[in-house]
Design a protein around this ligand. Structure first.
Ligand code: HEC
Length: 126
C-alpha cells in the first residue's frame, strides 16, 4: 500500500507543480481583474491620450522604477509615504493624493505588474 502511495504521489507532483506555476496569460488576466476590482483604474491610466486625473500614468512604470521599489510600493505604499521616500515626495508634488494600501498578496502584485507591462506594450509609441 505504501509503495502504491509513493508511486501515486510521484505522478501527482509534476501536475501540482504545473498548477502552481500560472501561465503568464493567466497572470495578465488576473492582473486585469485586480486592476479593476482594486480601483487602480480609478486613479491611474496606462497610456493613451487622456490625462490621469489623480495618480501618475502607469505606462512603462516597470521600466522607469527599480523592480524592488515597484513591488514594495504596490504592496504597501504607506511604508514609502511614511518614510518620505524621495520618489514618493516627487510624485506627491504632482499628485497630491496619497495612494491607499490595497491589501494585495505578493502574487497579486506580480500579476498586476504583468498586466501593466502587457498594456504598456500594446500602447507603444504613445
Ligand atoms: C485613490 C487613488 C489611487 C488608487 C486607488 C491607486 N493609486 Fe497608485 N498612486 C496614486 C497616487 C496619488 C500616486 C502618487 C504617489 C502618492 O501621492 O501617493 C500613485 C502612485 C503609484 C505608482 C508609482 C508610479 C510611478 O510613476 O512611479 C504605482 C506603480 C501605482 N500607483 C500603482 C497602483 C496600483 C497597481 C493600484 C491598484 C492596486 C493603485 N496604484 C491604486 C493614487 C492611487
Amino acid at each position: 500500500m505504501f509503495k502504491v502511495l509513493l508511486i501515486l504521489s510521484f505522478f501527482a507532483l509534476p501536475h501540482s507543480y504545473a498548477e502552481d506555476k500560472k501561465s503568464s496569460e493567466d497572470q495578465i488576466k488576473n492582473g486585469k481583474k485586480l486592476f479593476q476590482r482594486k480601483a487602480c483604474g480609478g486613479c491611474h491610466k496606462i497610456g493613451g491620450d487622456q490625462v490621469s486625473p489623480i495618480g501618475p500614468d502607469l505606462k512603462d512604470v516597470s521600466k522607469r522604477r527599480d523592480p524592488k521599489w515597484l513591488r514594495e510600493w504596490i504592496k504597501d505604499p504607506r511604508v514609502a509615504q511614511a518614510a518620505n521616500d524621495p520618489i514618493y515626495v516627487e510624485l506627491f508634488k504632482k499628485f497630491p493624493t496619497k495612494m491607499p494600501y490595497l491589501k494585495l498578496s505578493e502574487s497579486d502584485v506580480e500579476d498586476i505588474i504583468k498586466y501593466i507591462e502587457s498594456e504598456s506594450n500594446k500602447k507603444k509609441g504613445k
